[in-house]
Design a protein around this ligand. Structure first.
Ligand code: SAH
Ligand code: SF4
Ligand code: F3S
Length: 455
């Protein structure tokens, strides 16, 4: 008998990748994914701890799930198993059981390959009352990948492939080094085995993932070190991937070798997510970012020299402790200088256990919101201008999903812009779904482009 699994994913692409792997391992246990938690035998929350809002959302979701479980029990159905995984689980561990006794299992980002055993143990007991409380937040990464790569890979046209995990940078605001552990690069052979599997399953676009993906330095069996740049060149040579992307990169690890790849590897897409966080050296230093603003701008200049059309993206934090109006204006200046195709921006959020959380020069919340609004207005204007500039161009689009309306197919341009096309009914959708096609861009909106087929 098949069992039902509901997984909710919060946070970054690493979590999206992890969720896909959990679906793989649980498929081997007879679990099928469903879209709502109501009928699920196993509910997994794959959580994010990066900002307070993200972490608190998990507890309100747990509250709703508690009511749902109660209803199921009253209706005489078997009690569902509630598991909290991901970065909140790693950060809070057994504290989650104390705050939310309804939770059966807590496991971190590096232990989800043991989900089958944990679930079997929880499944043996009839109700939550006599279930063992499981907490598994070990941080040893290598064992996980070894266990996972034996399992099947889902076949889609685009796929994530984690090559690196964790972080040693310790930015003073960030929880990631604590929730994901230290930097770990998978071996060259492991990465290639997964890449070949994806390629054979028909994947056309692969995104290499890591918290600091450009710090990748996996070894091969002979002990030789592979940089991300070499890995991308090799993938372009030996696989049929039409598109290769990578994210997220740290400015400190943006080497000349990697910049050169953007100039001469056609499969390497002209899009770079390179967070700078702030435009004032004083703040960047206090954040422990390991680079100066000038060095960041030089990297941008170098990359534009080899690939002038590259779409640049970034992350920004406003209201970091001690940020003055002048510091914030330096961020605005930098943004105007770089001219982003898109970007993410956040108000600084104090995170437990990080150095900056204890500092006494916290910025008032209304100041943070004012700065965020000013920054986002400029970033939105830049994104709109970048999109407007695409109108009239013919761009290859990988049509990978249906859109808001049933007659829409949606895909990404080389620059990561969402492009949709109205295919009317049936036949065209069949013909173009999952294909990489040239499209003429006929109009632009703030977040997406509209295209039509060429010829
Ligand atoms: N490894 C990546 C990003 C990891 S987290 C990098 O170094 O760029 C994604 C983004 O969340 C960060 O780039 C940062 O902009 C934001 N972020 C992280 N911690 C934060 C905090 N405490 N408050 C607000 N934003 C935060
Ligand atoms: Fe966090 Fe900084 Fe590491 Fe990025 S580089 S994950 S922001 S500590
Ligand atoms: Fe969030 Fe963990 Fe990713 S904290 S951003 S899910 S690495």
């Amino acid at each position: 008998m098949t069992k039902k699994l509901f997984i909710k994913t919060y946070g970054c692409q690493m979590n999206v990748y992890d969720t896909e792997r959990m679906v793989d391992v649980m498929a081997h246990e007879g679990y099928q994914v469903i879209d709502t938690p109501d009928e699920a035998d196993l509910v997994v929350l794959n959580t994010c701890h990066i900002r307070e809002k993200a972490a608190e959302k998990v507890y309100s979701d747990i509250g709703r799930l508690r009511v749902m479980k109660e209803k199921r029990r009253k209706a005489g159905a078997k009690d569902s198993i509630l598991a909290v995984g991901g970065c909140v689980a790693q950060a809070e561990g057994a504290e989650i059981h104390r705050r939310a006794p309804v939770v059966d299992m807590v496991f971190g980002p590096q232990t989800y390959h043991r989900l089958p055993e944990m679930t079997r143990a929880a499944d043996k007991s009839k109700s939550a009352g006599d279930r063992p409380r499981i907490v598994d937040t070990d941080l040893a990464v290598s064992e996980k990948f070894a266990a996972l790569s034996k399992k099947a890979v889902a076949a889609k046209k685009t796929a994530f492939l984690t090559v690196q995990e964790g972080c040693d940078k310790f930015c003073t605001y960030c929880v990631v080094p604590y929730t994901r552990g230290g930097e770990f690069s998978r071996s060259f052979e492991d990465v290639m085995a997964d890449a070949v599997k994806l390629n054979e399953a028909g994947v056309l676009e692969v995104t290499l993932l890591g918290q600091n993906v450009n710090a990748y330095h996996g070894h091969d069996v002979s002990g030789t070190e592979w940089s991300l740049a070499r890995l991308i060149r090799h993938l372009a040579e030996v696989t049929d991937f039409k598109r290769i992307r990578y994210t997220t990169s740290h400015p400190h690890d943006m080497t000349d070798e990697l910049i050169a790849v953007h100039g001469d590897v056609a499969e390497c897409m002209p899009y770079l997510h390179l967070p700078v966080q702030a435009g004032s050296d004083r703040i960047v230093k206090a954040m422990n970012r390991h680079h100066t603003v000038a060095a960041y701008l030089k990297t941008i200049e170098d990359i534009r020299a080899v690939r002038s059309d590259i779409a640049l993206s970034g992350d920004f934090i406003v209201g970091f402790p001690g940020e003055t109006d002048a510091d914030f204006q330096a961020t605005m200046d930098l943004v105007r200088q770089v001219n982003y195709a898109q970007a993410y921006s956040f108000m600084y959020s104090e995170r437990p256990g990080t150095p900056a959380a204890g500092w006494d020069d916290q910025v008032e919340s209304h100041v943070k919101s004012e700065r965020l609004a000013e920054l986002q207005e400029e970033l939105n204007r830049q994104q709109r201008a970048f999109n407007d500039n695409s109108v009239g161009q013919t761009l290859p689009v990988l049509l990978e999903r249906t859109g808001k309306e049933a007659s829409h197919l949606v895909g990404r341009s080389p620059y990561m812009q969402a492009v949709y096309v109205d295919v009317g009914d049936g036949a065209l959708a069949e013909q173009y779904f999952g294909k990489l096609v040239d499209m003429k861009i006929i109009s632009a909106g703030p977040r997406s482009l509209k295209g039509e087929f060429v010829g």
